[in-house]
Ligand binder design. Structure first.
Ligand SMILES: [Ca+2]
Length: 517
């Protein structure tokens, strides 16, 4: 490779990426100068977030295993983002990034064990100052009470995860059990709040589902969906991790070995019940499993577990789809659809059997990618698609931009309002930085950080390992072939490492933090 500037290099490595997977059919955005800011109209905002809903379980993203007609309405009437990524693929950290517009090592929530410092700056607080009425209803999961909201009603049972049936809420600090199925209940509470609002302030409602988080309990309405069919297994279901580092081999999130009895919702055989459940409940050890019947072992048992898992996951998604449909119908009926930005996303992606896994955490595509659909008829062309790299880090500055609030200097994301208008700025990012910390911990995914461009992904696993991986997403969209040690990629590795170093410096991440966090 000859001498290139950094941006030239990133353009080169990004230019071929539109042939990756579903991106091959998408138009690429033309970079044009940003237009003059529109006259300030403060639109309403409804920010819908699911928990663990992978983009490949939405039909508007080309799902091969389910249909989501109501969520697809948002894609049909708005914009679908195909390269929206999270900066740390796990629940509480992603939520903290969204609220603050800052990386985990800056906002403090590096993993699910840390309490969120609600005293810090968040975008709902800034919206309040700008005249918005704000509310959060549903899953919060940040271990401290919400701040910056005029009204909050959050799930507090099961350590903040909430229950699927008759969930326990805290309404502005008052605990109350609400009868019903959690996805219906959260939607009912949102509709009640919308209907009872008084005054003429613009509003921002954060409508946060628990589903489809484990343990994937469907409601009666969807309990028999997929009963008579087999859900196809993904292409990489039997990945042998042959070219990877030990991080992939030493995790504990396989369908085959690590789905717990609680997650599968099966009872162990009588003679094993006491021993197994005691181990799982008291130690978090879930390394021993039993067959649903004496005949199922090995591959047959893995297949059975996958069907058991994925069907309940998709049934939970179906309920979200129905309920988002109810909300969209209400917005139409109330005349709110035109001046309300509706966003649908998930705190991160999820493995739906890819690489033999469930759960998230790794920087590989299925958990790195977030679904992101945005509808706002006043500025977004119906049915549009964007493949620029946007991040959960950008949500706060984007929403502030719509509210006419300048981005605070310490906020690390960038508004993608111009992308929503179909006008990609010429200097939009060509790469993103990722960092996962929760190790040692649940599912044993080793600490790692990395860089993703449109074509390449470079990952460094560290802590009790020192291993690099490189994937050429153009040639290897399923990330099965680690080419880090392939001499043909030596130049690419060098340049990607330089870019990774630049981004880590820009965002205040450092080797010192790797040791001290
Ligand atoms: Ca999650």
């Amino acid at each position: 490779m000859g001498k290139q500037t950094r941006r030239e290099f990133l353009r080169t490595v990004g230019s071929a990426a539109t042939s990756v997977g579903i991106l091959s059919i998408l138009p690429s955005c033309t970079a044009i100068a940003q237009t003059t800011k529109a006259k300030i109209n403060q639109p309403n905002i409804i920010f819908i977030m699911a928990d663990d809903h992978a983009s490949h379980a939405l039909s508007c993203y080309g799902s091969k295993i389910n249909k989501t007609p109501n969520l697809d309405r948002l894609a049909k009437d708005g914009m679908r983002f195909d390269n929206c990524f999270c900066t740390n693929s796990i629940c509480a950290p992603s939520r903290a990034v969204i609220l603050t517009g800052k990386y985990s090592h800056i906002n403090g929530v590096i993993d699910n064990r840390v309490k969120f410092d609600g005293g810090q700056q968040t975008f709902p607080k800034l919206l309040q100052k700008a005249g918005y009425e704000t509310a959060v209803i549903g899953k919060w999961h940040l271990k401290t009470n919400p701040t910056g909201f005029d009204y909050w009603n959050i799930l507090v049972g099961s350590w903040g995860q909430g229950e699927y049936f008759d969930p326990l809420f805290s309404e502005n600090g008052r605990k109350k059990t609400v009868k019903g199925y959690v996805t219906d209940v959260i939607t009912d509470l949102c509709l009640d709040w919308l209907k009872k609002r008084k005054g003429d302030k613009p509003f921002c409602l954060m409508y946060h589902h628990k589903a489809p988080h484990r343990n994937w309990q469907p409601d009666a309405k969807h309990a028999k969906m997929y009963e008579d069919v087999d859900i196809p297994e993904p292409e990489t279901f039997n990945d042998d991790y042959n070219t990877r580092s030990d991080a992939a081999r030493q995790q504990e999130m396989t369908i085959e070995h690590h789905l717990t009895p609680g997650a599968l919702k099966v009872k162990p055989p009588k003679n094993l019940a006491g021993k197994k459940l005691k181990e799982w409940n008291t130690k978090g050890v879930h390394g021993e499993y039993w067959s649903p019947s004496a005949e199922l072992t090995g591959e047959a048992l893995k297949k059975w577990k996958y069907q058991r898992y994925i069907k309940d996951y998709l049934r939970c998604v179906a309920s979200i789809d129905d309920n988002v449909g109810r909300l969209l119908d209400y917005l139409n009926a109330a005349g709110l659809a035109e001046n309300t930005i509706v966003i649908y996303t998930s705190d991160q992606g999820f493995y739906l059997g890819e690489h033999g896994w469930f759960d998230k955490r790794f920087m590989y595509e299925e958990s790195l990618r977030m679904p992101l659909l945005v509808r706002y008829p006043k500025e977004i062309k119906a049915g549009s698609v964007n493949d620029d790299i946007v991040l959960n880090l950008d949500f706060a500055p984007t929403l502030l931009d719509f509210a006419g609030v300048s981005k605070p200097a310490d906020m690390q994301g960038r508004s993608f309002r111009a992308l929503l208008r179909g006008q990609a700025p010429g200097d939009w990012r060509m790469s993103m930085h990722y960092h996962y910390y929760e190790y040692p911990g649940w599912h044993a995914v080793k600490r790692h950080y990395g860089l993703r461009t449109k074509r390449y992904k470079l990952i460094h696993f560290y802590y009790d390992i020192d291993a690099w991986e490189l994937y050429d997403l153009q040639k290897d969209p399923n990330e099965l072939n680690n080419v880090y040690d392939n001499p043909a990629y030596a130049d690419i590795v060098k340049q990607l490492k330089a870019e990774l170093k630049r981004l880590r410096k820009q965002f205040g991440d450092s080797d010192e933090l790797l040791i001290n966090i």
